[in-house]
Design a protein around this ligand. Structure first.
Ligand SMILES: Cc1ncc(COP(=O)(O)O)c(C=O)c1O
Length: 425
């Protein structure tokens, strides 16, 4: 049901009966996070940089949130955490800040499947005269460390490799790749865009991230608020601030503190570590949906099935239909998934990621991304399977592209089996 807000647009007033499976685009706020944010949104409105009592309380809340972020990442020193407006800003700050901090080095290495918030700064650096190498991935979405090794140059400034891909969920072994970089030259900086993996997987400094100098994260991908993120900056890394203004964040990021957003991020981090064991259940649900598709919907291709992936993500391409049509069809049934990255939704062209992993041509236009969260239940996964089978079949009947797809989906009410019902805390 929809109701008219005070303004002219419509806002949803209930999630009842809808099924949300687009958590890589954004995820619902955890109720505990909302509670925390509310406490800092009303009477406690003060500027955290001011000197009077209530403002000092806000500054303390920010300090606590910094500790919560550091704890999730396994950092001993929370000072390395700089609050930002989200991962787009963190990525821009990492790339431009590293470039400004090392003016004599003019080469950047990244991958062909990065998020636009890394590819955009790379393109800008190219316009400024930098050389940028885009490493390819194979059909499993994997990066060959030998390619990385060969591409490193004496003037390489930065290597930026994402931790998990937002469209396919495929994971890169960032720790191992960072070691290859540092063995070549310890002064080459390493950045990872970990926006899709923080909060979904245990990723920790002091373990696999020891050679990483910058890490980007964003609260809204793991049940925190939109417009709030962080950048880890290794103390020893030469880096210049990107967002200049006030003295907030010890001059590393100017701008009045977004206190509710920051405390929301902190609480979301704390909850993410408490709920780490739900990832197994989420991946079980994902695998069951994948198995259902393989068994019941002919002409389906799972992207990255043979690669380590995020537990919540399923990227699948259906022969003979348009992914966008499928998203609309499912939306009419109040089942919400996406064609891939939120940033490329709306374009009928397959994304650069699916092109890079070499999804075969008959399939690539029919690609969709399903992304679960710790709130997804087995019942919902079952409903999603049914809705998918019905919608694919319907679109194929209507589509002139359906030729060549053998068989029709075997649509039965299905039960997705898991140990227990999804967590709804
Ligand atoms: C891998 C990746 N990096 C960066 C971003 C940008 O994050 P934000 O929305 O916080 O700017 C996203 C969001 O879709 C993402 O998936």
């Amino acid at each position: 049901m929809w109701k008219t807000a005070a303004h002219s647009f419509m806002v949803p007033d209930s999630n009842e009966n809808s099924l949300y499976a687009d958590n890589n685009a954004t995820s619902p706020l955890a109720p505990e996070v909302w509670e925390e944010m509310r406490a800092w949104s009303g009477a406690a409105f003060h500027n955290a940089s001011a000197l009077y009592g209530p403002a000092r309380n806000a500054a303390r809340a920010i300090g606590h949130a910094r500790e919560q972020v550091a704890a999730l990442l396994g950092l001993k020193d929370s000072h390395a955490v700089v609050f930002t407006s989200g991962a787009t800003e963190s990525n821009n700050a990492a790339l431009f800040g590293a470039a400004r901090g090392n003016p004599s080095r003019r080469h950047v290495l990244t991958t062909s499947v990065e998020h636009p918030s890394v590819l955009g700064p790379c393109a800008e650096l190219e316009r400024e005269g930098y050389a940028v190498t885009y490493l390819p991935v194979d059909s499993n979405g994997a990066l060959d460390p030998a390619h990385l090794q060969h591409a490193l140059r004496p003037d390489t400034l930065l290597v930026s490799i994402m931790h998990a891909n937002n469209e396919t969920g495929i994971l890169f072994p960032v720790g191992d790749l960072a070691r290859v970089v540092k063995e070549f030259d310890a002064r080459v900086l390493v950045h990872t865009d970990a926006t899709q993996s923080v909060g979904k997987l245990p990723i920790r400094f002091g373990k696999e991230l020891d050679h990483v100098d910058f890490l980007s994260m964003s609260a809204h991908k793991f049940h925190g608020p939109k417009g709030s993120g962080a950048l880890f900056i290794r103390e020893s890394a030469p880096w210049r601030p990107f967002m200049l203004g006030g003295h907030q964040e010890e001059g590393r990021r100017g701008g009045t503190y977004n206190v509710p957003g920051i405390v929301g991020l902190g609480r979301a981090c704390e909850l993410a570590s408490q709920y780490l064991d739900t990832h197994e259940q989420t991946s079980r649900l994902r695998d069951e949906v994948q198995a259902y598709i393989a068994g019941h919907i002919p002409g389906a291709w799972v992207n990255g099935a043979n690669s380590p992936r995020l537990p919540n993500t399923l990227s699948v391409s259906f022969e003979g239909i348009e992914g966008e049509g499928l998203v609309h069809q499912l939306s009419a049934a109040r089942v919400y998934i996406s064609t891939g990255s939120a940033c490329t939704s709306g374009s009928t062209e397959p994304s650069h990621v699916l092109r890079a992993v070499g999804v075969p041509e008959p399939f690539v236009h029919g690609s969709v991304r399903i992304s679960f969260s710790r709130y997804t239940t087995a019942e919902e996964a079952g409903k999603l399977c049914e809705a998918l089978a019905v919608s694919v079949e319907k679109l194929r009947r209507l589509s002139p592209k359906k030729r060549g797809v053998q068989g029709t989906p075997d649509v039965h009410p299905i039960t997705v089996r898991t140990g227990s019902k999804g967590d709804s805390a």
